[in-house]
Design a binder for this molecule. Sequence first.
Ligand code: G3H
Length: 530
Amino acid sequence: MTASIEALFPTEIPAAYRIVPTSNPPISLIDGRVEVWQGEGVPVWSRVATSGPQGLEPQLLGHQAPLGETQATQAVEAAERAWDDGFGPWPRASVEERCAAVARFAARINENTERIAHLLMFEIGKPLSAARGEVTRSVEYIHATIEELRRLEAAATQPFTGLKGSTVHHAREARLPLGKVLCVAPFNYPVNELLTTVVPALLMGNVVLAKTPRFGVLANMVLAEAFAECFPAGAISLLPGNGRTVIPPLIGALGRGGRAAIDMLAFIGSERAANAILQQHPSPISLHKVLGLGSKNFAVLLPGADPEQVAARVVKGALGFNGQRCTAEKLFCVPQAEALAFAQALGTAVAELTIGMPWQDPTISPLPETEKLRWMQAYIDDACELGARIVNPGGGAGCFSLMRPAVLFPVDPRMRIFGEEQFGPLVPIAPYDSLEQVCRWQRESPFGQQVGIWGPAADMADAVRQLRPLVARVNLNDVCQRGPDSFGFTATDKSGFGVLSLGAALLTFSRPVLVQSTDPVLLERGLAGC
Ligand code: G3H
């Protein structure tokens, strides 16, 4: 079985997709300048390997700049200057100037779609159409966010009134930036999830320090020139390197007047990493934050749900991009009486998934983390020792970075896979006795992002009533997902904090400021030129 997976790696990468390791020196973007790293760069290897006489060989893609404390400090100082207590050129730019700069930047991303998508294929193993989709979705997101900002701005020009006793007060409210924002994105959507925080933050007039994810650095570095061209010095810095080295001097920095330099953290990743970062901030009470953390979304089948239909719909929800999506279904809860039939149906659906190299556009593709197969095997071993089995033939077999997904059944709370986020190609199925039991599992779960409920329409309301208080989104006969991007993307505080979506993100990265007077003429005169 391992041999058959090994055979999926090519002897050479097809010419159309080959990435010649760039001899360009590694770069970063600090203070409006694309900085060339003077020392030795850190090699960026692809887990999309080729098979040769020595076995499977990872591909060298290029090098990244291992920034350290010095560069992080320079970036913070540049951000301080660019912010200038809210009087810097970017925070003082008009909404239309900001929209124009961001639209120019979106056009530059668009021009580079293929380059970025190809790098995503090799850096994180993302299948080609999903890699292209990540870029085009980001460009669409940017344009839609610009439109949202124009709507928000139009609303801000509308005066409104309030009564205090019998006195009428006239007011207008605007949204102002928060300051210097540190954005940290995950490796599974290294471009999209960086941009869905960086862009609304910039549009609202904040200055941004963006730490690139663990994988996807080269794809993000394609944006460095475009950032430098479209935004004033210091408004945006793009910082590669080891998070444990680069993030502490950013989050812990003191700025003007000895105040904490970073005003907001936008972080998508694990709770453990988020906590470690938050604890290093000099003044946690004054730090704004938006966090997307771990998740363990349940797909709950109600009695009467058609096992085959649900399996066919949900299989890519669980295993799209190898299950490495925060919104993936990570535990299936199925009534005892129907659990075996569902396990078999899902096993069949999983067996039909394509597996291969990213340019072949399979569902299952190489995993970027070197230890991933070992971690997945540990979950499998633990579950099987406690009575689960792999339902799909060949499930769990792997070689180097490729792994056939494993459907594990029956799973119960004693097993690690029941409660922990696998973030990989494992599909655990837990039979349940009553909906109350599923709710108890959800209440006891350390996560609370979304749930999918599958079954007859007549039985939905009871399940929604019981599960809705425990999550941030309930999907009815549909997979868990982030989109449409106009919907609020959030979680209960076990899985996240704050809202990211087209409109809500603009509010997240800004604060309201109100000007009022009992004299409406004075109000308008006072706001002239603002
Ligand atoms: O990893 C988390 C992503 O935001 C999920 O987005 O549901 O559109 O794949 P998606």
